[in-house]
Structure formats: structure tokens, C-alpha cells
Design a protein. Structure first.
Length: 202
């Protein structure tokens, strides 16, 4: 069945991003990531912004692999921390991809802090043949909880409660997260853009 679907290659090594994006659009696209391409190069994320890093990943991978490549650069911005962890969200605790350490540091930094406003931000870049064609941004506002709650999702999900309630993304689960997350909001724009192009070509 997947052979009939258009292919979308994700420039990510984060299996949680792939799982979320597949759950959201896997019936319309064959969604592949680094696991399908063993000799995929390591792309250094040297940018100062989500857009710069997403562009580096999308251009770097699409210069090696044909078809549309989608990169997701995302993270958590906490107002009381001046926007940190921001672009260093994946290694805020000192070790790349170590989510428990990242969460421990965030809880330490937020100890006794009254203003707990925060947002997840996701910037997606679509590229082909090493050239970025479009970028899209999604955000979800919320607050940082006093302690980790729930076991679903990944990363900072146990510490982040989206606006309008007190439950964390990790408590609310995939269906609720996907209905309002930064990633789903950016991805909806990506799909609309790809489909408008496909329609325009007839
Ligand atoms: P790739 O660069 O390979 O895509 P990465 O995880 O390193 O994977 P980023 O540099 O974009 O990706 O960092 C994203 C980090 O932001 C991620 O590791 C989490 O710490 C955090 N994050 C992003 N989206 C999140 C979400 O939906 N829930 C919880 N944490 C999230």
C-alpha cells in the first residue's frame, strides 16, 4: 500500500518525531527517516535559531537523497528563563537526547519561579535537491508544572501543560497532543503546501 503513497523523508534521528508525524499523516504519505538510510551524514546543528537548524538539516539531507525532505527543529521556550532551553532543548541537561536530565535541569531552574509560562515551538523546512523551498511554524502555549506527570509522549511532555488545563502532554496522551501541538500545527501547513503544489501540477 505504501508504494502508492507519495514519499516524505524526515531529516531526523529522533524516533519520537517520526512516530508523531507518521501517526498524523502516515495514511497519506510514506514517511521515512534516518533508519531507512544507513549512510545518512551527520548534520551539525550550528544555527542560532530553529529556522537555521531546520534549514541545515533539510538542505543537508536533501542534497544526498531525492524527493521532498522535511526537517523539524523544535524546542521549549520558557519566559522566565529568557526563552531557554530554546535551540538547545535536546541537550539542556548536558547530554544530547537525555530527556530525564533535561527535565531535571528544567525543574531545578524553575524551582520557586512563579511565572511558569512557556511554549513549544516547531519550525519545519521542506527542501529538495539541497534547496529549501518553504518553511512553516507551529506553537502551543502552556505552563511548566512543578513536577513531572504522566508517561506518554517524550522529552519535556511530562512537565508541559497546554493552556486551558493542568494536565501535562504526557498525561493527556497522543490524540490530545496531536490535536493541538506545535508539531501538528506546523505539519498541517506542510501538507497543505504539498497538496496545493500537487494540485497545481494536475
Ligand atoms: P533531530 O535533530 O534528529 O530531528 P532532535 O531531538 O535533536 O532530533 P531538535 O534538535 O529539534 O531535534 O531538538 C528537539 C528537542 O526539543 C527534543 O529533543 C525535546 O527535548 C524537545 N521537544 C521538541 N518537541 C517536543 C515535544 O513534542 N515534546 C517534548 N519535547 C519536545
Amino acid at each position: 500500500m505504501s508504494a502508492d503513497l507519495p514519499r516524505l523523508i524526515l531529516a531526523t534521528r529522533n524516533p519520537h518525531k517520526t512516530a508523531e508525524i507518521r501517526a498524523m499523516i502516515g495514511r497519506r504519505y510514506e514517511v521515512l527517516d534516518a533508519t531507512s538510510f544507513p549512510d545518512w551524514p551527520v548534520i551539525e546543528e550550528t544555527g542560532d535559531t530553529f529556522l537555521e537548524n531546520a534549514t541545515l538539516k533539510a538542505n543537508g539531507i536533501s542534497s544526498r537523497i531525492g524527493g521532498w525532505v522535511l526537517a523539524d527543529d523544535s524546542g521549549l521556550e520558557v519566559d522566565a528563563l529568557g526563552g531557554a532551553p530554546g535551540v538547545i532543548s535536546s541537550h539542556y541537561g548536558g547530554v544530547e537526547g537525555d530527556h530525564p536530565r533535561n527535565n531535571d535541569r528544567l525543574l531545578r531552574e524553575m524551582q520557586g519561579v512563579a511565572d511558569r509560562r512557556a511554549r513549544f515551538r516547531c519550525t519545519m523546512v521542506l527542501a529538495k535537491d539541497g534547496v529549501a523551498h518553504a518553511h512553516f511554524c507551529g506553537t502551543v502555549e502552556g505552563r511548566i508544572l512543578e513536577e513531572a506527570r504522566g508517561s506518554q509522549g517524550f522529552g519535556y511532555d511530562p512537565l508541559f501543560a497546554p493552556e486551558g488545563g493542568s494536565q501535562s502532554f504526557a498525561e493527556l496522551g497522543d490524540a490530545v497532543k496531536h490535536s493541538l501541538s506545535h508539531r501538528s500545527r506546523a505539519l498541517a501547513q506542510v501538507v497543505a503546501w504539498l497538496e496545493a503544489r500537487a494540485d497545481a501540477r494536475g
